[in-house]
Design a binder for this molecule. Structure first.
Ligand SMILES: NC(=O)c1ccc[n+]([C@@H]2O[C@H](COP(=O)([O-])OP(=O)(O)OC[C@H]3O[C@@H](n4cnc5c(N)ncnc54)[C@H](O)[C@@H]3O)[C@@H](O)[C@H]2O)c1
Ligand SMILES: O=c1ccn([C@@H]2O[C@H](COP(=O)(O)OP(=O)(O)O[C@H]3OC[C@@H](O)[C@H](O)[C@H]3O)[C@@H](O)[C@H]2O)c(=O)[nH]1
Length: 394
């Protein structure tokens, strides 16, 4: 099996028909949701080597142990915090390419831990950019669709026909402005930090020749995203919406709709999105110097519609009856605290990624929820039963 995988991998060619040379990749934040899927794909389908850096490795343990895995030796884990670890520069120097995924990226933290959020997304990323620039190493940096903030259309009167015009809501890498709320709305601490690191990377490219690619993910979702509170994360923790709603479904509780669940999102399946990143890794001449939206414009729903669909899908995959009260409304102040604000709508323009890399997402929202909720049910249903059965300490 190992030899056929290796044979397949050695026959890989880039989009211009040239053979792909095996790379050494320094992947920072490799132990997270996106990192775990990227490591998995690169081990299964390519010959690249990964130096996997993170403070945790639970989500990639299956790739690191046992020793006789087919890719043995091609992935090594380095437990380190990039805030203060002198090994960082050496690991970047040993690699052909650095991919930076490390971040605090859960909205519940943006207004409650704004300093940690800004440090994590801006200050801690600075040495990574500097070491790449000084050592002439290529950088793929993970930014976010949140840099667009709110749409221009959201400022029009509710009944304006212009709200239906894509010019007022489709988000384009090279044209759309970044529109955030006031400083008191600390929700935007994350988006603003990500915007400034994007500008710095862009400037390093312009002034010092840094070879970079910036990725703006639009709500990538799938297995291993975040944590289930009280099972593999803090019981008071608030993960992103997929894990919040999964947790509610697993516990048979109503799903909480923040401010009525009117905000709109487009969701893309993690496995589709990872294909786009692999294309960036293996086609530097087409990816360098670009900022890419990576999302699925066809999978748009309001958060309320997402909740309704997840309830239906979960019933199908678990055989359980939907909760009697399927959803409840909750104010953002109650759910996230003071200083929360929201992006109204997020439709990625796909022109640049289509033109440069020929990438298109494939998986419908229903299908991606079906495979993800099947995973959530298999992974967590028994553990949740035990947590619920445990008597609460008095
Ligand atoms: N998942 C999405 O839809 C999405 C959307 C927009 C942007 N992004 C961006 O993509 C990147 C990865 O996101 P994710 O969803 O995989 O998040 P994640 O939280 O699952 O992964 C981030 C990883 O970085 C690690 N990390 C954080 N600080 C670190 C430090 N100081 N030293 C070492 N490791 C550190 C964490 O331990 C974690 O494993 C982030 O930059 C995020 O802002 C993700
Ligand atoms: O239980 C919940 C959780 C969340 N929500 C709502 O669901 C929507 C999506 O929430 P998410 O937690 O997935 O986070 P957002 O889409 O707002 O931001 C995310 O976008 C891109 C990334 O950079 C980050 O991972 C994160 O900031 C928001 O409108 C939020 O208010 C609920 O209605 N109920």
């Amino acid at each position: 099996m190992a030899s056929s995988a290796a044979a397949g991998a050695s026959a890989r060619v880039d989009l211009d028909g040239n053979p792909i040379k095996p790379l050494t990749i320094c992947m920072i934040g490799a132990g997270g949701f996106i990192g775990s899927h990227l490591c998995e794909k690169l081990m299964n389908e390519t010959q690249h080597k990964i130096l996997a850096l993170d403070v945790y490795n639970d989500k990639i343990k299956h790739l690191l142990e046992p020793d006789n895995l087919p890719w043995n030796g091609r992935i090594t884990f380095h437990r380190l915090n990039i805030k203060h670890d002198s090994r960082l520069e050496g690991l970047i120097k040993m690699s052909d390419l650095t991919i930076n995924l490390a971040a605090i990226c859960t909205p519940a933290d943006y207004n409650t831990r704004p300093l940690d959020t800004i440090y994590s997304n801006f200050i801690d990323a600075l040495p990574v950019v500097k070491y790449c620039s000084e050592n002439n190493k290529r950088l793929i940096h993970f930014s976010t669709c949140e840099v667009y903030g709110k749409t221009i259309g959201s400022f029009l009167p509710k009944d304006s026909p212009l709200r239906q015009d894509p010019a007022y809501y489709v988000l384009k890498e090279d044209e759309s402005p970044c529109i955030f709320g006031s400083i008191e709305k600390q929700r935007w601490s994350y988006a603003c930090a990500k915007q400034l690191i994007e500008r710095l990377i862009y400037a390093e490219g312009a002034e010092n020749g840094l070879e970079f690619t910036i990725v703006r993910p639009f709500n990538w979702i799938g297995p291993r995203m975040d944590f289930i509170p009280g099972v593999d994360g803090p019981s008071e923790g608030v993960p992103r919406v997929l894990a919040c709603f999964s947790n509610n479904l697993l516990r048979g509780e109503p799903l909480k709709l923040v401010d009525g669940g009117q905000s709109q999102r487009t969701f893309v399946y993690i496995k589709d999105a990872i294909e786009a990143v692999t294309l960036m890794i293996e086609n530097p001449a087409r990816a360098n110097g670009h900022i890419f939206n990576v999302g699925n414009p066809n999978n748009e729903v309001t958060v309320r519609q997402l909740a309704e669909m997840m309830i239906k899908v979960y019933s199908k995959v678990s055989g359980a009856q939907p909760p009697e009260t399927p959803t409840i409304d909750v104010s953002s102040k109650e759910f996230y605290g003071e200083g929360y604000d929201d992006s109204d709508k997020r439709i990625p323009d796909m022109t640049i990624i289509n033109r440069q890399l020929g990438w298109n997402p494939k998986t419908s929202l229903w299908d991606l929820l079906e495979s993800t909720l099947t995973y959530q049910h298999r992974t967590y249903a028994e553990a949740i039963k035990k947590v619920i059965a445990k008597p609460v300490a008095s």
